[in-house]
Design a binder for this molecule. Structure first.
Ligand SMILES: Cc1cc2nc3c(=O)[nH]c(=O)nc-3n(C[C@H](O)[C@H](O)[C@H](O)COP(=O)(O)OP(=O)(O)OC[C@H]3O[C@@H](n4cnc5c(N)ncnc54)[C@H](O)[C@@H]3O)c2cc1C
Length: 395
């Protein structure tokens, strides 16, 4: 389908990314799911091509390309059909390092962002804790200022890339909780190198996203230089609220790519699988299922692209980012479910692409804001818009 958002240059880039992923990445990705992480060579390879810093500034060796170049890259990453891979790369390139690019000072750009863009160092974003996830006001990992250092204590969990990251962008409590809007004041973002004494990491085995190296990290009196604060002290909540919109948009784009792959795989199966003397692709009931899923996917893709366009205009379209993520990640679940069901026992095999799509799609309706939280935000925004009172309408 033609689109007003993509130029010939974007399409040439899409072909380049797809060819690389098909040849160099997809053949190995199932093994990475088994080993539980993507290898260092992948980071170097993506870094050499400039694909870990497409949106980052030139000062950090980034490409400073437009947002739709990233949309192309992320759609293609999603289309590989490997959720762990897409989580690992997107958390590094669009989430953890985003905070350094957007709010970090020149020194953090030099010491951490630039090596991450080159693929020399791997990053992760550590917000969630065993006791607090969707509700940031409940975060309790502390960073206490002692001389020229912060001393960090506490536990972070569900950290994608947590097993392999060289550094983390950690949400820490630097001031008292429970004040200000939504009670989330006193949060800061701190860059923490994972080789510092006092850090232990433990792998967390997850249903999907298996190559994302998910880990729980414990900080025991970890001493972090005070100049590792991202932006301003106690402004972490504000930065996270901004970064979360990009996270949700990125999750939506990846989900569209993932749904596209699951639908492609399903169509290929239906065209080939013969039951009672004819291929399944000829059964009207199944043709109509494909029609409905294709239509939903086309509509969702337009919502996601439009949201990317709004984001690029410089506003912060929080409601649209939530809508795009809600719609795309839930659709990816539905497509994956249909793909598994309509491939019968073939789809139910542990190592099948349909089973993997099913496992991986589920993660995305939870990470970066569960669907329920997004519905809350979208619904309240709608209800709070000024309108004609119902009583006046009846008159
Ligand atoms: C595969 C995966 C990878 C992840 N990667 C990272 C990562 O790299 N870094 C990181 O910091 N975190 C990561 N997370 C954590 C993720 O961001 C949290 O799971 C998410 O924020 C929800 O927090 P929680 O799991 O603690 O659930 P809780 O906050 O305990 O919520 C549990 C459930 O309650 C419901 N709920 C919560 N709040 C509301 C509400 N306001 N209204 C209605 N219902 C609500 C939702 O259904 C939610 O799923 C990852 C999660 C997954 C599944």
């Amino acid at each position: 389908m033609k689109s007003p958002y993509f130029t010939l240059e974007h399409e040439a880039f899409r072909a380049e990314v797809r060819a690389f992923l098909d040849a160099e990445v997809v053949p190995h990705a199932a093994r990475w799911d088994e080993t539980g992480s993507v290898p260092p060579e992948l980071w170097k390879s993506l870094g050499r091509r400039g694909w870990l810093g497409l949106a980052h500034p030139k000062e950090a060796d980034g490409g400073a390309r437009d947002l739709f170049t990233s949309v192309v890259f992320l759609e293609e990453l999603g289309r590989t059909g490997f959720g762990g891979l897409r989580a690992a790369v997107s958390v590094h390139a669009y989430m953890a390092t985003h905070y350094l690019a957007r709010f970090g000072g020149p020194e953090l750009v030099r010491t951490h962002l630039a090596p991450a863009v080159r693929g020399d160092r791997v990053s992760a974003l550590a917000i969630t804790e065993p006791g607090a996830g969707a509700d940031l006001s409940g975060l309790s990992v502390t960073a206490e200022r002692v001389g020229d250092r912060f001393v960090v204590d506490g536990v972070k969990s569900m950290v994608s890339n947590g097993m392999t990251a060289d550094f983390l962008v950690v949400a820490v409590r630097t001031g008292p909780a429970g004040q200000g809007p939504r009670g989330a004041t006193g949060l800061s973002l701190l860059v923490v190198d994972t080789d510092l004494p006092g850090i232990t990491r433990v792998r967390q085995r997850t249903l999907g996203w298996r190559s994302a190296g998910t880990a729980a990290l414990t900080f025991h009196s970890v001493q972090v230089p005070a100049d590792r604060v991202v932006g301003r002290l106690d402004h972490g909540f504000y930065y996270l609220m901004r970064g979360l919109q990009l996270e949700r948009l990125v999750a939506a784009v990846l989900a569209v790519g993932g749904a596209e792959r699951a639908l492609e795989d399903l169509c290929a199966f239906l065209r080939e699988r013969s039951v009672a003397g004819s291929v399944l692709a000829g059964r009207q009931a199944l043709v109509h299922r494909i029609a409905d899923l294709s239509t939903d996917l086309a509509a969702t893709r337009q919502l996601v692209h439009h949201t990317a366009w709004l984001y690029e205009q410089g506003g912060l379209p929080a409601v649209e980012c939530s809508m795009a993520k809600l719609r795309a990640t839930e659709l990816a679940c539905r497509v994956a479910d249909a793909s598994l069901q309509l491939q019968g026992s073939h789809g139910y095999m542990e190592e099948s692409s349909a089973a993997r799509a099913h496992r991986d799609a589920r993660a995305a309706t939870i990470a970066a804001g569960p669907s329920e939280v997004l519905r809350d935000l979208i619904g309240r925004d709608r209800l709070n818009r000024p309108g004609t009172p119902a009583s006046a309408r009846r008159a």
